[in-house]
Design a protein around this ligand. Structure first.
Ligand SMILES: C[S@@+](CC[C@H](N)C(=O)[O-])C[C@H]1O[C@@H](n2cnc3c(N)ncnc32)[C@H](O)[C@@H]1O
Length: 274
């Protein structure tokens, strides 16, 4: 088992991925990046040299590699209090100005967050009026998100979160059990566009009334977080909302004075200046 990996080896791997595949991990937070890299070496029984060779010679390996490198942990209605704020304050705030609006889930992982949003919108009777975009760097996880089918063992936590969120019914109203999976009603995803998007490259592809990027920037260093937050600001309509993870913050970043804190505990902000 490999106990450690030095900076020079990490640099060799990141450079190869950047040059050959165009993914730039130089500004990811070092400690978690290193832990993930060690985990891949152990999981695949590879040395640094054999990993470099595999990345160099087997282009198909890159998707599997990215899937292991990124942290995909997620839940439905993660932080139920946050979802109550979305339903009771944020969406009513958006509806004051427009009946139809757009939401971006950046770093959507396997889709539980966007699925939760569609359930919130359905229960508010406005799902048909909202366009949702769900993006991630990891194409393997995006495919899972499109399926909206999850191991039934995950549903206990999801159901608990939904009850704490105080939804209108039961989460069971939205899925069928098939071969040990909870298969969600596909009509929930009718207005969701899934697409690959790399926050590091920072392409601005649309303008949104609400952006959720929760538990993603925690894996970036401050330089990258700052760049990503500037792009989010650019991708939002004035008076739009930005929600980040409860352990994340934007008060220190360059665009901080262009936002108002709406809820400090759940890290919801409102864009007040262009
Ligand atoms: C921990 S999950 C967060 C999922 C969900 N937002 C939540 O809070 O439950 C982090 C996600 O960010 C994605 N990610 C990491 N780096 C990214 C990048 N550069 N661009 C887009 N997504 C990225 C990962 O692939 C992963 O699916």
């Amino acid at each position: 088992m490999i106990q450690d990996i030095d900076i020079a080896d990490l640099k060799k791997i990141t450079e190869l991925i950047q040059v050959k595949y165009g993914y730039d991990f130089r500004n990811y937070a070092m400690s978690s990046f290193k832990r993930r890299m060690l985990r891949i070496l152990e999981l695949k029984s590879l040395s640094v040299e054999s990993l470099l060779k595999k990345l160099q010679e087997q282009p198909t390996f890159i998707d599997e590699f990215l899937d292991e490198l990124t942290v995909n942990v997620t839940e439905m209605f993660r932080d139920p209090g946050f979802w109550r704020i979305i339903r009771d304050e944020i969406i009513p705030g958006i509806l004051l100005n427009h009946k139809q609006f757009k939401i971006w889930h950046a770093g959507c992982s396997s889709g539980e967050e966007v699925l939760s949003m569609t359930i919130v919108l359905k229960e508010m009777g406005i799902l048909q009026d909202v366009q949702l975009y769900a993006t991630d760097l990891d194409t393997t996880i995006l495919e899972k998100a499109k399926q909206a089918s999850y191991p039934i063992k995950n549903m206990e936590l999801n159901e608990k979160n939904y009850i704490r969120y105080e939804g209108k019914g039961s989460l069971k109203d939205y899925y069928k059990e098939e071969n040990g999976k909870a298969v969600f009603d596909k009509s929930l995803l009718q207005n969701v566009t899934f697409r690959k998007h790399d926050l590091v490259k920072g392409e601005v592809f649309n303008k949104f009334d609400l952006i959720l990027c929760r538990n993603v920037m925690i894996y970036f260093n401050q330089t990258l977080q700052n760049e990503v937050l500037k792009k989010f600001h650019e991708s939002m309509f004035k008076y739009g909302y930005l929600a980040i993870g409860s352990k994340e913050s934007l008060i220190w970043c360059e665009v901080a004075n262009k936002f108002l804190v709406v809820n400090n505990e759940e890290k919801v902000y409102k864009k007040i200046k262009d």
